[in-house]
Ligand binder design. Structure first.
Ligand code: HMG
Ligand code: MG
Length: 297
């Protein structure tokens, strides 16, 4: 069987959460439905966080009500606490993602809690999810640097990832929130975590602030990871991470993986078309190099 990497498409959530201009609910729904037609199997659809903290995604329930759920596709949503979990379930979510950080300073800015308090808040979410048969993904942010405290100890990345896995998260996504990592550091970080959490339960999530996202994914795929998060058109950024820019562009990632002989199950042309459609809705050129190139191919 061909080597396979599963891409977790995060444009509807990470891609839009930091967008300054209003994005219509109908466009968010159309984005998710276009993405699910490309062969993607995991699409992070929205976020049930406080609408005061992330106003752009205040229409999370409407988005969940509007999308067409394709068989074989999962639509995880972000939840920070039990309240978010209850809202997500009421909206029909069957998979959720909890999120914390390896940096204490970032956790306080992003979720107004210490790392350990945030994890304590996840315990009832995981308990309810287990009863409901809902899968829970876990994010660790700032794994290669923090906008507020700078260096982040690798021991903290490993500790937090191990705790999330031990408490029942089926997959841990390791996030370079501000895109400061470089390939060797990224690989060393992945290997350190993989010494404590099975590689099969790990994913990588790179932002492209310094143009390193794709190189970092490549280094981590060479080191054995088989799940990568990315956002079509290279959208993305966290409102509480100063200077963070877009995610690795899904089109570029798919082009790279296919070129490496790794299957993704994704139709690159359809994905690139969706990226250009999204960029047009956002009123700017696509942030994906492959998306641009394919427009002229
Ligand atoms: P808080 O203010 O400390 O919360 O925020 P609280 O529990 O004290 O509640 C305050 C108010 O918020 C109350 O309302 C609650 O009902 C309400 P009031 O009584 O004042 O009217 N509230 C909620 N409302 C709706 N849904 C909820 C919810 N929870 C409380 N779930 C909180 C704490 C965690 C809620 C807040 O800090 C928050 O929502 N933060 C989210 C920040 C965020 O979404 N950041 C971006 C996502 S993370 C990211 O992008 C990184 C990632 O991509 C990986 C990477 O790149 O590294 C994942
Ligand atoms: Mg992110």
């Amino acid at each position: 069987m061909a080597d396979f990497v599963r891409i977790v498409e995060v444009a509807p959530r990470d891609g839009l959460q930091n967008e300054a201009r209003h994005v219509a609910t109908a466009d968010k729904i159309a984005l998710v439905d276009r993405l699910s037609a490309t062969g993607l199997r995991s699409i992070e659809a929205t976020s049930f966080v406080s609408p005061r903290w992330v106003p752009q995604l205040a229409d999370a329930a409407e988005v969940m009500a509007g999308i067409v759920r394709r068989p074989g596709v999962s639509y995880p949503v972000l939840v920070p606490n039990e309240q978010g979990y209850a809202r997500a379930r009421a909206a029909g979510a069957e998979e959720v993602a909890v999120f914390t950080a390896a940096s204490e300073a970032f956790a306080r800015k992003n979720i107004n809690a210490s790392i350990d308090t945030s994890i304590d808040r996840f315990a009832p979410v995981l308990a309810r999810a287990a009863r409901d048969g809902v899968r829970v993904r876990g994010y660790v942010s700032t794994v290669l640097g923090c906008p507020y405290q700078g260096e982040v100890p690798l021991t903290e990345v490993v500790r937090v990832a191990r705790r999330l896995h031990a408490m029942g998260c089926y997959e841990i996504s390791l996030g370079d929130t501000i895109g400061v990592g470089t390939p060797r550091k990224a690989r060393a970080m992945l290997r350190a975590v993989a010494a404590e959490v099975p590689m099969a339960a790990l994913a990588v999530h790179f932002h492209d602030t310094y143009g390193q996202a794709l190189a970092n994914v490549a280094a981590c795929v060479e080191a054995g990871v088989r799940v990568a998060d990315s956002a079509v058109a290279g959208t993305g950024g966290c409102p509480y991470a100063r200077g963070a820019s877009g995610n690795a562009a899904s089109e570029d990632l798919v082009y790279m993986l296919h070129g490496m002989g790794i299957d993704t199950g994704i139709d690159l042309e359809a994905l690139a078309e969706t990226g250009r459609w999204l960029a047009a809705r956002l009123g700017r050129p696509t942030g994906s190099k492959a998306g641009q190139a394919l427009a002229h191919a």
